[in-house]
Structures are given as C-alpha cells and as structure tokens.
Design a protein around this ligand. Structure first.
Ligand SMILES: Cc1cc2nc3c(=O)[nH]c(=O)nc-3n(C[C@H](O)[C@H](O)[C@H](O)COP(=O)(O)OP(=O)(O)OC[C@H]3O[C@@H](n4cnc5c(N)ncnc54)[C@H](O)[C@@H]3O)c2cc1C
Length: 424
C-alpha cells in the first residue's frame, strides 16, 4: 500500500553530485532526503577513472573547466582525507606528438594557476618507472587519485550527520506536479511530498526529467577502463596530446588502471562492452609504458559520461555551463556542468544538475544548493569547502560507510577494504 512521507528537498541520484547536494543542503539546515535506485555510486561515479584532475588536461581547450578543477582538487585534498591520494601527475610527449601542443598546455595550465612545471625526461623516468625511452618532454602537474566509493560514502555519511535521510535501492518512479510546480515523487512505491526536487541522475537525467514531463537533452558516451597488474606506477600518467583513446594510466595498489574510450550510446543502461576498446586502451597506454602490453588484465569496466548536449532553450539564468555548443564530436561537448531550472518548462522547484566531473562535484552541488535555497527562502552560506568529511582520516571507518551504503564499485574495488594507508 502506498504510504506518504515528506521532506523539503528530494535529491534523486546517489552519485557524487547527488550526495554532494544532499550534504550541502543539510549543512545549511534544510530538510533533505536523497534517494538512489541502486547502492550509492552505482552509476557513473563508481565507474569513473578516478583521476583527481588538476585541470591540466583541459587547460588549453576549456579554461573555465580547468579553473574549476584546480580549485576543487585543492579543496578535496583538504576535506576528503582517505578518499583521495596525493600521487601527483605527469604529462608526457612522445616523439610523434606535437611539440606545440605541449607548449600550449604548459602555458595555459600556468595561466589558470595550476602548478605545472616542465621537468627533464630523466626526472620523469625516475618518477614513473617503466616510462618509454620515446618520451621527448615531460610536465609535472598536481593530479591525484580519487576513490569514488569512499568519497560518495563519506559525503553521504556527512550529509546524514547533518540530518539528511539517505535511501538506497529506492528508485524514483514518478514525479508529481500541480499548478506549474513540483510537489513530490513516488519513491519505491511510497509518495514523498517535497517543496523542491533535484534531478542528480547524471547520464539518466533525461529519463528522470521525463517523469516530470520535462526534456533534458543528454548525449551519454561510454568509456572503458582496464585494470592491469603493475607495481609502483607512482603518479597519474597522461599522454600530452589532444584527448584520445588510451591516454591516462592511474596508479592503484599493485595495479594501474588504464583508460579510456569515448563512444556515444543511446541508452546508459544498454550498451556493448567491446573487446576492441580494451585492446585499444592497452595498446595506446603501452606506448607510454611498454610493460602494460604484457601485464595481466585483472579487471575491465565501463562508465557512461553524463554529457549534456547544450540547448539554449533549456538554459536557466545562473547556469554555470560553458557556452561552447556540441560540435558533433562527443569529445567537444562541454565537461563543465549545467544547472537547469525547470521553472520555464512549467515545473517550478524542479532542477537538473548535469555534466561536470567527479572532481568538480562539490562546486556543482554548491551551485545547486544556492539555487534551491533561494527558492526556499533559506539564507545560509555554503560550508562544504571548509569542513572535513566525517571519518575522512580513518580508512576503516570510511570503508564501513561504503559497506553500509552498498557503495562498493569497480573503480576502487582493489583499494576499499584494504589496510589503512594501502593505496594512498
Ligand atoms: C569513462 C569515464 C571516466 C571518467 N573519469 C573521470 C575522472 O578520472 N575524473 C573525474 O573527475 N571525472 C571522471 N569522469 C566523470 C565522472 O565520473 C562523472 O562526471 C560523475 O561521476 C557523475 O556523477 P553524478 O553523480 O552526476 O552521476 P552518477 O554517478 O551516474 O549518479 C547518478 C545516479 O542516479 C541514479 N539514478 C538514475 N535514475 C534514478 C532514479 N529514477 N531513481 C533513483 N536514482 C536514479 C543512478 O543509479 C546513479 O547512481 C569519468 C566518466 C567516465 C564515464
């Protein structure tokens, strides 16, 4: 039988963005319920590559995105403890790569305030054992590693500490509206009344918005990751060229996680996991570290990027998304985020937060919470950048949250549950 519950704000989706929104609102004293159809981080967050981006990857092409990355990279290092690892990162050019691109990236990274520095090839080879002899130039950047399951679970636990209710295995099945505004949702058979609903369902944002009769144009792309046996990679390793398949290797405990690809998919729940993607990722990454070619493959997994296909008619005032429209090449779609206020679509109090990155989830949440609080008449500042996540310095405690919220996921299965300090 249908029961009824109520909350001020219902957040749909328990990836990094959704738990970030729940934490932010709860810290401002708002009554918030988050609901996720699976375990937390069951979507893209738990299937990402896990780079805590410095922004250097985007600096020459997307200045605003790079600025957001470096700011959030620094914030997460402060507040997220064992959910991130300060490994550092390198960009390397090989003999076939464009020297001018290296120069452009270095200059652009510095311009946006990223501490990027060219180092000698010898220094890079010392920092990255096994690096190919074919390296011609190398740049050190403050990339790091983020463990998505831990980050999501600790953020959710922190939201709960501040009064949020976190529901898992509870899908939103209907969104209710009346008189041009949202009134709540049906969650796993129960009616939940709400003054505002935040759609933080990432690649599924189109489907969720459709429940309220609203159109959100997403263009999800899948990417493959390959975990191989490799001891001591050290820093995150990036190929210094225009983003392409197989240009990043991420250090994990006794492994390197290689990636990735980018292929448009129609349905984020239904796509082929293709062997050519795995082969291409390994082959390309082996150009940087030849030993990857023969390393034992321990895991393969795919994630789907929540790329928003910008549509000017859906841009509400205050959207923080980039203005560069889709180019038809999925890599050209903005990695920045868009906050969509669906009031002009006839559903006041309903918001979608799409795009962005794991690295920038906190600032996406801040922009969303600002807008929701404005609507609710809540006058409280964002405090999420200043306060550490609950248990942030205690790997065992955070891994306990991971289990409690059923947040274990492929992106960091080899790290979560290890000895404190492992993989960090
Ligand atoms: C291959 C790949 C590699 C990436 N690598 C990086 C990286 O190295 N660094 C980085 O910063 N970013 C990276 N990203 C981007 C990053 O992972 C995403 O931008 C981010 O995780 C998206 O988080 P989200 O919370 O918005 O979406 P998600 O994590 O997908 O969360 C949305 C949630 O909504 C839930 N949901 C859907 N429908 C419903 C419903 N009806 N009811 C309830 N719940 C619902 C889903 O189950 C899901 O858990 C990568 C992405 C991909 C695909």
């Amino acid at each position: 039988m249908e029961t009824s519950d109520d909350t001020e704000v219902l957040v749909v989706g328990g990836g990094a963005t959704g738990v970030g929104v729940a934490r932010d609102l709860a810290m401002r004293g708002v009554d918030v319920t988050l609901t996720e159809r699976g375990g937390l981080s069951a979507g893209t967050t738990g299937r990402s590559h896990g780079v805590l981006h410095s922004g250097a990857r985007y600096a020459e092409a997307d200045r605003a995105g790079a600025e957001e990355c470096i700011a959030e990279n620094e914030t997460l290092r402060e507040i997220a403890g064992v959910c991130v690892a300060d490994t550092g990162g390198y960009f390397v050019s090989l003999s076939d790569d464009d020297e001018a691109y290296f120069e452009r990236k270095l200059a652009a990274a510095r311009e946006v305030g990223i501490d990027a520095e060219e180092v000698s090839v010898e220094a890079a080879r010392e920092a990255v054992p096994g690096l190919t002899d074919d390296v011609t130039r190398a740049m050190r950047v403050p990339d790091g590693v983020v463990y998505p399951s831990r980050l999501v679970a600790a953020t959710a636990a922190d939201a709960r500490e501040h009064g949020a209710e976190i529901r898992t295995h509870a899908p939103v099945e209907e969104i209710h509206t009346a008189d041009g505004r949202v009134t709540g949702a049906t969650v796993d058979g129960d009616r939940v009344d709400a003054d505002a609903v935040v759609n933080a369902t990432g690649a599924w944002a189109g489907e969720c918005a459709a429940l309220a009769g609203v159109d959100v144009a997403m263009r999800p792309t899948k990417g493959a990751m390959v975990g191989v046996d490799y001891e001591g990679l050290g820093p995150v390793l990036n190929r210094c060229r225009d983003p392409a398949d197989g240009d990043i290797a991420v250090p994990h405990r006794g492994r390197a996680v290689l990636g990735t690809t980018s292929v448009v998919v129609d349905d984020p729940d239904e796509y082929d996991e293709e062997s050519w993607e795995v082969e291409r990722v390994v082959d390309e990454c082996a150009e940087m570290v030849p030993a990857f070619a023969d390393a034992e493959i321990r895991s393969t997994y795919w994630g789907v990027r929540p790329l928003y296909e910008p549509d000017e008619t859906h841009r509400g005032a205050g959207s923080r998304s980039a203005d560069d429209a889709a180019t038809g090449d999925e890599r050209g779609i903005s990695r920045e985020f868009a906050l969509l206020d669906h009031d002009p679509d006839g559903v006041a109090g309903f918001y979608s937060i799409v795009g962005g990155k794991l690295t920038t989830h906190r600032v996406m949440a801040e922009a969303t919470a600002d807008r929701v609080c404005e609507r609710l008449g809540v006058d409280a500042d964002c405090r999420t950048a200043d306060a550490p996540l609950v248990g942030a310095d205690d790997a065992e405690r955070v891994d306990g949250f991971v289990d409690e919220f059923d947040a274990r996921s492929p992106a960091d299965a080899d790290v979560v549950g290890g000895e404190p300090g492992d993989g960090e």
